[in-house]
Design a protein around this ligand. Sequence first.
Ligand code: FAD
Length: 482
Amino acid sequence: SPVLVWFRDDHRLSDNPALAAAAATGSQVLCFYVFDEESKGIRRLGGAARWWLHGSLKSLNDALEQAGLRLLLLRGSALEAVDTVVQATGASAIYWNRRYGAAEIAVDSAIKARLADRGIKAHSFNGRLLHEPWEITNQAGRPFQVFTPYLRAVNARSIQPPLPAARRLLGGVWARSILDQAVPLTELGLEPSAPDWAGGMRQVWQRGEHAAQARLSRFVETGLKGYAERRDRPSQEGSSRLSPHLRFGEISPRQVWHSVMNAVAAEPSLGLDAEKFLSEIAWRDFTYQLLHYYPHLPDRPHSSRFDNFPWNQDQNALKAWQRGLTGYPIVDAGMRQLWQTGWMHNRVRMITASFLVKHLLTDWRQGEAWFWNTLVDADPANNAFSWQWISGSGPDSAPFHRIFNPVTQGEKFDPKGDYIRTFVPELSRLPPAFIHKPWEASPTILREAGIDLGETYPEPIVPHGPARGRALEAFRSLRDME
Ligand code: FAD
């Protein structure tokens, strides 16, 4: 009888432990994917991630077809779908790579139990992380709360080499009864039709395993050198931009890790840049560990101290932030980069998130939800953790009183204003001295740059100094309540 491979956020053929193990049985392999918006607690994907998923599934199906297989798409509750597939195929076993969110684990456990009743074995693997959450613990066997000792523990362990793509995959034939239930990819409705808001994303991204590998090679060859410094420059392509590929498992962190280590072995001067880059890959594992042990991370402040934070409910302020119309050029450029391309530079994610939470005193969950909807790399662990980090409420967070000044941050990391000129074109003719603070330019300079402040570009939505004071006051009020 055939064996099944259930793909979930591991859209690749190489270094895919579930697929490799299924292939190694020598049995016919049948591959499927379930678009599940029904199971309890599974978070519905945001718009940009749905767009990515469409291309990712298409590319996975193309790769499987080249190997003589096909990807069957089903829609609905995973428990029901797996049941249907198992019954229709008479499969003897099922293979998948593990997931780490509480709702996903509950679904997988329920499926495992039901399959066990039928005498069918479910084999699960780590296809997503360098180390699984329970593999890296402190001396008390508990998860780390702080990244530095976590990283030390990671560095003390070796990282499994990636598996090559399965050399021989024996495709099986899907029974008519199940093919009738399959959904064509276009019917999942993942890509926008009217209005087509994905044009900017199509220009910037290529989805799928092949594109992910090409991006990794290019980054290792040309981007790794100087990464530690260039990663903070939003006007440059100074980071790998692998995040959506990692999010959908089009590439594995082990592949990234070993490719970088190989480059360092050949060129030792890359060592410091590689160390910095690989620590970011380890951050990703760290956030998954935290999500695993603290499944409330996307939903409520980790520190209960923030439970009664006096958040501002001003919807107009939230809208101005979402649309990139706050009057602070670095914030607006970031929010527009996000809307147009589905991605935002890390430094600017920090600045825009801090601005929403601290200058506008808006609940971080509103920001998390907006990023969830608009990022192609929207990730349950990284996104929730990062928002809590910025807000001061998460494990190993930045302290609340560290409030980014959007002007000095802009001047430091985008000194000539090139990033602003790209995403806020109405300011493009301002000289560098004023591009991060147009309100300080004289009427003549503004006129020459074609800017009518308050008309063609907004005045700052809140003045920095008083906004900072208001945020600190709100934070102090929490302490008074204790
Ligand atoms: P690189 O610098 O090339 O890093 C390589 C990889 O390491 C990334 O692809 C990512 O997987 C991982 N990584 C890098 N930085 C971090 C970090 N700070 N925390 C965890 N992992 C990291 N990242 C997401 O993948 N999805 C999100 O939804 C997400 N939301 C964020 C929200 C906020 C408010 C902030 C401040 C950061 C968020 N990040 C998120 C982290 C980070 O901004 C992105 O991972 C990074 O910008 C992706 O670009 P890159 O692939 O070029 O990164």
